[in-house]
Ligand binder design. Structure first.
Ligand SMILES: Nc1nc2c(c(=O)[nH]1)N[C@H]1C(S)=C(S)[C@@H](COP(=O)(O)O)O[C@H]1N2
Ligand SMILES: [Mo]
Length: 214
């Protein structure tokens, strides 16, 4: 049990320049998404489809996906609904590793990626963003498989570093839960929340929460 209160912890991370403007520290892990929670009774029919501007489209089933090289990261995460969570640990598969090791071969024209999730949820970023070491396709949170509400079996998650050396940070709606597809594109294509008024760039440090008159 911690000797610090939530408020004291918040002051501490603020002092370290780790609390983005307008955010407050939470010790819980709120659940946010549009539509129902996706529950997989088993992963027999699960797959992840990599398509669009790639040299060879691939479809991995769960067993194949589980054999890909794995990465563990610790970072702070920020939600547009104004909570931040610090020193969270995630384990999964890094896009940079998959590309460096030739598991995914984007074509030269591929500059953007759309994450396709269950129930047609999508979110979009540049490919460069997904290559950062503060972005992961996560299967585990704090050493345990993701819970259904947080995206089991696979979600993207993104955050910032304790020493603030990240290249670029985004609010976590840019991390699709129940991820099923990666579409490589030459042009950007707005995802679900981006079409519905959320800011396309989503940088928590400059409070890019909403666009268009929100
Ligand atoms: N598939 C899917 N992923 C999603 C969403 C969604 O509606 N569907 N919502 C996003 C939003 S708006 C947020 S804030 C985060 C919340 O992640 P959490 O529920 O793990 O806190 O998930 C993101 N990923
Ligand atoms: Mo959100």
């Amino acid at each position: 049990m911690s000797i610090f209160t939530r408020r004291a912890k918040e002051e501490a991370v603020k002092g370290e320049n780790r609390l983005p403007p307008g955010q407050s520290l939470t010790e819980r892990f709120p659940v946010l998404h549009y539509g129902p929670t996706v529950v997989y009774p088993n992963l027999d029919n699960w797959d992840l489809r990599v398509f669009g501007l790639v040299e060879e489209p691939v479809i991995w089933n769960w067993e194949e996906f589980s054999r890909l090289p794995r990465t563990k990261i610790t970072m702070d995460i920020h939600c547009v609904t104004k909570w931040s969570k610090f020193d969270t640990t995630w384990e999964g598969v890094s896009m940079k590793t998959l590309i460096d090791e030739g598991f995914i071969k984007p074509k030269a024209e591929a500059k953007f990626v759309v994450q396709h999730c269950e129930h047609d949820y999508t979110t979009n970023t540049t490919l460069d963003f997904l290559l950062l070491d503060t972005v992961l396709m996560a299967t585990h949170f704090e050493g345990e498989p993701l819970t259904p509400e947080h995206g089991y079996p696979l979600r993207f998650i993104c955050g910032s570093k304790a020493d603030r050396s990240e290249v670029e940070a985004k609010y976590i709606w840019k991390g699709g839960k129940w991820l099923r597809g990666l579409e490589f594109r030459a042009d950007d294509k707005l995802g679900f929340w981006e079409v519905n008024g959320y800011h396309n760039n989503a940088d928590p440090w400059t409070e890019e929460r909403f666009s268009r008159g929100w």
